[in-house]
Design a protein around this ligand. Structure first.
Ligand code: F6P
Length: 359
């Protein structure tokens, strides 16, 4: 008997169910022995508190196109892993105990950066863990792409597309705030795909003078409107030079709901333009996965199942230079993959006349 556990951790995204379907179909197809499937509910919380359900192949039928996660998810911050829960439960020993209780041969963990750090810890504690790279942010180290990313680009791009009509009708400047946590992958890709005039990402700190100049230049060239795609983590050159603590304090003291509103206010103050903000927010994580995500998620699921059957544990499934592979969890945990400010897409966007506010 082969006993496997499935767990989705951290923020949800579009292709989680497609990935689990890939794991389960492959395991059932290729295993030489009967398989027992355990769905752990609500991320690591389910493993800590013993919330799980036995699942059948039928549970994974018809979920390829279904967004969210059929298991539920939650955030269990890595930095508090060794701090007991409010009710006194010690998280790591509880997870080890429950893994053993279920007699698992392998735990498949679908998660982003923080979740991968926890997976690495559990692997070091002796559990057989295989991680799969989930996040719309595409910031997971060790893989060129994560599942959820291309679907999120599509949603953000559609938002920029749809804003164009109102921006054009009213001759307005629109600031569109795009997710991505500390990195700028989604705003960069959606900004280019949606034809933004300015793209502001954390990896390229901006100067407001340059942003205003780009908007005025577009007006001088006859553009009736302008679109500024802003990463939720965008920072000014001044903020980038600040000590981390001082910057965090500044963000905590922000009066506006988020960075897009600060930028919009500043543009309105410095120009005579009408400025509005649009925030697609969590819609970027919602809805059905696009075709590319379905394919990559399926590939991840298949490779993870095959790795399990070979006994390759303590790894994360990845795509590097267009090849599926796996990388040691220890080499991935705790690292972020940032946009290269000198990379091709940034260089090409600049050549096209898109401003990043840095020059
Ligand atoms: O990591 C995915 C993500 O959507 C980030 O882009 C964003 O910063 C964060 O999660 C939002 O988290 P929450 O769902 O907890 O509001």
């Amino acid at each position: 008997m082969l006993r496997i556990g499935l767990l989705t951790s951290g923020g949800d995204c579009q292709a989680l169910n497609a990935t689990m379907r890939g794991i389960v179909k492959t395991i059932l197809n290729k295993a030489k022995e009967p398989v027992e499937i355990w769905g752990i509910e609500d991320g690591y919380q389910g493993l800590i508190y013993g919330r799980w359900r036995k699942m059948e192949w039928r549970d994974f039928s018809g979920v390829l196109t279904q967004g969210g996660t059929i298991l539920g998810t939650s955030r269990t911050p890595f930095k508090y892993l060794d701090q007991p829960e409010a009710d006194g439960v010690d998280k790591v020993p509880a997870m080890k105990k429950n893994y053993k209780k279920l007699k698992l041969d392998c735990l498949f963990m679908l998660g982003g950066n923080g979740s991968t750090k926890t997976a690495n810890r559990l692997s070091k504690e002796g559990l057989n863990v295989i991680a799969l790279p989930k996040t719309i942010d595409n910031d997971t180290w060790g893989t060129d792409i994560t599942f959820g990313f291309t679907s999120a680009i599509d949603v953000a791009t559609r938002c920029i597309d749809d804003i164009h009509t109102t921006a054009s009708s009213h001759g307005r400047v629109f600031v569109v705030e795009i997710m991505g946590h500390k990195v700028g992958w989604i705003p960069l890709y959606a900004g280019v795909a949606g034809g933004a005039d300015v793209i502001l990402i954390p990896e390229i700190p901006y100067d407001m003078d340059n942003v205003v100049e780009a908007i005025e230049r577009r007006e001088r060239d006859g553009g009736r409107f302008a679109i500024v795609a802003v990463a939720e983590g965008a920072i000014t050159k001044e903020e980038a030079a600040m000590p981390k603590k001082a910057y965090k304090k500044k963000v905590a003291a922000r009066v506006q709901p988020s960075v897009a509103y600060d930028i919009a206010e500043e543009i309105a103050r410095r120009t005579d333009r009408e400025v509005r903000v649009a925030v697609p927010g969590h819609t970027q994580r919602g809805g059905a996965p696009d075709a590319q995500d379905r394919i990559f998620a399926t590939q991840c699921g298949v490779e993870a199942a095959l790795a399990c059957l070979r006994g390759d544990f303590g790894v994360m499934i990845a795509k590097v230079d267009d090849k599926m592979c796996h990388v040691p969890l220890a080499s991935v945990a705790g690292k972020l993959k940032y946009v290269d400010p000198e990379g091709d897409l940034v260089r090409e966007a600049k050549a096209l006349g898109i401003s990043f506010g840095d020059e």
